[in-house]
Design a protein around this ligand. Structure first.
Ligand code: ADP
Ligand code: 5GP
Length: 190
């Protein structure tokens, strides 16, 4: 394969989706493959933008057909899976492919994609209080949901050292974080 898959990972609230949204705007030449999820669509989201929204039955059918590069239950709640074919085809065409997945996705993908074709970037925040504040500030969330994210958070943070790059998304410095990610992508490819 000639392309490179850049996986963005990190705890909930660190800013992974924000980084991806900014990257999409500034670098439309990169490939942003879709995942599928069984979670309900949030206000403002569109089918086929970042996710395909599947029912449990639809998701199961795609699992049985082998359509996912990986899939997992995230935050003990909903299924998420990265759709395989577009990723493999984009890598074969030599493209820069960027996607966020949770830490289970990271574990599966590093066993599925050869080391030379994969770069992992861990996005973190200054501290856990800040992560909680960002999660609360993003959208209303009940205590149960927050607790599930805190459980995932511990697992996510323990994997930071296994990633190729660690990028701190400092408060109010999203543009710097995006610039750092772009630099990592460009340096890897040059
Ligand atoms: P994740 O995808 O990692 O769960 P999000 O991208 O949804 O995180 O970000 C969580 C919240 O933090 C959002 O409300 C987002 O606007 C905010 N946020 C992102 N980056 C920063 C930053 N550098 N400083 C302050 N708030 C941020
Ligand atoms: P959200 O529902 O907030 O968009 O995402 C919740 C979590 O699911 C995030 O940690 C995100 O990284 C993860 N996620 C998104 N897409 C995938 C995927 O295709 N596979 C896996 N394993 N996790 C994903």
């Amino acid at each position: 394969m000639k392309g490179t898959l850049f996986l963005i990972v990190g705890p909930s609230g660190s800013g992974k989706s924000s980084v991806l949204m900014e990257l999409k705007k500034s670098h439309p030449e990169y490939t942003y493959p879709l995942s599928a999820t069984t979670r309900p669509m949030r206000p403002g989201e569109k089918e086929g933008d970042i996710y395909h929204f599947y029912s449990h039955d639809e998701f199961k059918q795609h699992v049985e057909r082998g359509d996912f590069l990986e899939y997992a239950v995230v935050h003990q709640d909903h299924y998420y899976g990265l759709i395989k074919q577009p990723v493999i085809e984009a890598l074969q065409r030599g493209e820069i492919v960027v996607r966020e997945v949770d830490i289970q996705g990271f574990e599966s993908i590093r066993n599925a994609i050869s080391k030379e074709d994969l770069v992992t970037i861990f996005i973190t925040a200054p501290n856990q209080e800040e992560l909680i504040e960002r999660i609360r500030g993003r959208a209303p969330i009940d205590d149960d949901e927050l607790k599930k994210r805190l459980v995932s958070m511990r697992a996510e943070l323990s994997k930071a050292r296994e990633c190729d790059y660690l990028v701190e998304n400092k408060n109010g410095a999203l543009a710097d974080t995006v610039a750092r990610v772009v630099k990592i992508i460009q340096e890897t490819r040059s």
